[in-house]
Design a protein. Structure first.
Length: 270
């Protein structure tokens, strides 16, 4: 079996897993185990990805249940022991060592000795990491089973209770859409030309007919008035689109602010 995945694929999977566990930090580095699984070091801990997880993500076949199971593997740096830190350090050294070219012939013996020591440390480290992973999974499973037991009285199935990633993003457009605006007055000062950049940070949801609110402020920060406008454009996931608006100007306006207050799901209309 050959592992052909790297930082790009790991970050893609992290982004989806983080929806179900907001405590998961940002990506820093990773190491590949002898089973071609991935030990991922984060800014605030570690998480373990199986090769099958990354393959399923590449095929867009991961279910919410799978993503929850993966998110439950996250181990915060606050709860890691010294042994865990040594484990990841050993794996990282192993990953870097395989990429290091051979030294000069005069130090070959030293390289061989270091390699033997590293192999011993890595084997021991993988064993510790596997035990930690299994222990953590068992603990999470107990919590999951307890949750399901408490819900046995309900006739709804687990699948009916859990929203998909797409449903979450479509139901909360303002959590994934943001707006940033620059503006300038026309020659007469009665109109304002606004360039509004709208960014869609959703993973899979596409939005349309984005409604924005433009608020006018004085130089003292007092709100003068506000206007709402609908941008009749389509905004795919992970994209930014800039639109131009010509709006009225008012006396004493010193600045304006632009925010997204609503949008319609584009996918549901197809």
């Amino acid at each position: 079996m050959e592992a052909n995945y790297g930082e790009k694929e790991i970050i893609s999977l992290l982004k989806k897993v983080r929806i179900f566990n907001k405590e998961i930090g940002s990506f820093q580095s990773f190491a590949i185990t002898e089973n071609f699984d991935y030990a991922v070091k984060l800014s605030n801990g570690m998480i373990y990805f199986k090769l099958e997880d990354i393959q399923d993500d590449e095929r867009d076949s991961l279910t919410p249940e799978q993503l929850i199971a993966i998110a439950n593997r996250f181990v915060s740096s606050n709860s890691q022991t010294t042994s865990q830190e040594k484990t990841f350090s050993s794996l990282s050294i192993s990953s870097q060592q395989t990429k290091t070219p051979q030294k000069q012939s005069g130090i070959k013996k030293t390289i061989i000795i270091i390699s033997i020591v590293l192999i011993v440390v890595i084997v021991g480290g993988i064993t510790i990491f596997s035990k930690l992973y299994n222990s953590n999974d068992n603990s999470k499973q107990e919590i999951f089973e307890k949750y399901n037991t408490n819900d046995n009285s309900s006739e709804e199935s687990y699948e009916e209770k859990v929203m998909t990633i797409e449903e979450i993003e479509y139901s909360q457009p303002t959590n994934f859409l943001s707006a940033d605006a620059t503006y300038r007055e026309n020659f007469w000062g009665d109109k304002i030309k606004v360039k509004c950049s709208i960014t869609n940070n959703a993973t899979v949801a596409t939005y349309k007919d984005v409604m924005i609110r433009i608020t006018y402020y004085t130089k003292t920060g007092t709100e003068i008035t506000s206007e709402e406008h609908v941008i009749y454009e389509v905004f795919p996931p992970n994209s930014t689109k800039t639109v131009e608006l010509k709006i009225d100007n008012y006396a004493h306006v010193n600045s304006i602010d632009c925010e997204v207050i609503g949008a319609s799901p584009y996918e549901l209309d197809r």
